[in-house]
Design a protein around this ligand. Structure first.
Ligand code: ASP
Length: 404
């Protein structure tokens, strides 16, 4: 009984109860939505200090610039290759979409959406801000990461004594944030119940007719990416049991599903990796915040399939060179996708424009996205957690090798 009542199990049971409540008691689900909103607010409350402090500590705690650049390189290689593999999986799944996949969907049925597209130049510039306080008050995660990196790197250049006092201060702050996260997690079962119930109650299931093939292809592609791609990466590069790993990180998976936000899941992911998976804090604190903002493998798969599917709706024939173009477009788009619910909307609009898909189709996107966002977010988060574990394992084994 005690085991059954463990927090993760309870969270899982509450997610299922939420599903039942949303399906059969939609009115009740709407009344109870306050608990879910409160849970997200509490998670958001700790995100900014968590991101700033953890990125700062991850850099300032490195013993040398050499260690830091090794961690940076490994992270970049992992992010780029896992996103590329995700896109390829999306393309392969897209090959199996039958010509009739979109039968029955008429574009006039959907409300036109007005979009601003984001150019590569704007995307790069959006990483920086002239006013650090504005980035903090607006909760612009990517700008906060860049700011923390600058301050962390500069700290490595000041006297050892001053560096230590700064690190000690932020270390204490980090402990405080971790204690608050453990308190928030106590109410996770109620929050997850309420979030799942509210989403299920608000979903108009009849609108999904005609999308069966798209849904099937997306589900299979996401499944393959988690169980085959991450499974192989974890097994061959990280040398750990990938499925046991998936079981250990289940709390982060549930929170990702319930919140549909990589950023909101970050506090839970960090705790799970450091406490359960025993990953060194300097790796987790560096890779996870970056992953929650940049590495979106689920979004890459989903966006690739969406482009193929929507292009089919409009009658655009995608040849091989166009596939390569879309591949790079989606890579950039997934890096620019914000780790918030529906974060892909800004970027997918730009991709549609570049491919020649009318922006009116964003209405259809918004409809489908409600359903897919939790699953896509879950894959985004799982990708970051696998990456953190693989990179940490690699660095530890190299260090052990060097000391023998
Ligand atoms: N909701 C996703 C996330 O937070 C991003 C997306 O919309 O693709 O990871």
């Amino acid at each position: 009984m005690k085991k059954l009542l463990r927090l993760e199990n309870l969270t899982f049971i509450c997610a299922l109860l939420g599903l039942v409540c949303g399906l059969f008691f939609p009115e009740l689900a709407k009344h109870l939505s306050i608990f879910g909103e409160l849970f997200i607010l509490l998670l958001k409350m700790v995100i900014i200090p968590l991101v700033f402090v953890s990125v700062f500590l991850a850099i300032a705690n490195q013993s040398s610039i050499k260690d830091l650049s090794r961690l940076g390189w490994l992270t970049a290689v992992y992010f780029i290759s896992s996103s590329a593999l995700a896109c390829i999986t999306g393309f392969i799944a897209g090959e199996f979409l039958p010509e009739t996949a979109s039968a029955g969907l008429r574009y006039e049925n959907y409300e036109a959406a007005k979009m601003n597209s984001l150019s590569v130049k704007e995307l790069v510039l959006s990483f920086f801000s002239a006013n650090p306080f504005r980035s903090l008050s607006e909760g612009n995660i990517i700008q906060i990461v860049v700011l923390a990196m600058f301050i962390g790197l500069a700290t490595l250049r000041i006297s050892r004594e001053k560096q230590q006092s700064l690190v000690r201060f932020f270390d204490a702050l980090n402990d405080v944030v971790m204690v608050i996260i453990s308190w928030i997690l106590i109410v996770a079962p109620i929050g997850v119940f309420s979030l799942v119930a509210a989403v299920v109650a608000a979903t108009d299931r009849s609108a999904f007719e005609g999308l069966l093939w798209f849904f099937l292809a997306t589900a299979i592609a996401l499944f393959i990416h988690v169980f085959v791609t991450y499974g192989a990466l974890g097994f061959f590069f990280g040398r750990f049991h990938p499925y046991r790993f998936l079981f250990t990180i289940k709390k982060a998976i549930l929170v990702a599903l319930a919140t549909a936000s990589s950023n909101a899941t970050l506090p839970v992911s960090t705790r799970v990796m450091i406490e359960k998976e025993k990953v060194r804090p300097q790796t987790a604190n560096f890779v996870l915040p970056l992953g929650a903002t940049l590495n979106m493998d689920g979004s890459s798969i989903y966006q690739t399939l969406l482009v193929i599917f929507m292009a089919g709706l409009v009658g655009i024939d995608i040849n091989f060179t166009q596939q390569i173009y879309i591949f790079f477009l989606i890579l950039i788009s997934s890096w620019g996708t914000a780790g918030v619910p529906g974060g892909g909307i800004m970027m997918i609009g730009a991709v549609f424009q570049n491919v020649g898909i009318p922006l009116e189709y964003l209405g259809l996107y918004l409809l489908i996205d409600r359903f897919w966002d939790p699953f896509v977010t879950m894959v985004n988060v799982v990708g970051d957690l696998f990456g953190t574990k693989i990179i940490d394992r690699y660095i530890v084994s190299k260090e052990q090798h060097a000391s023998t």
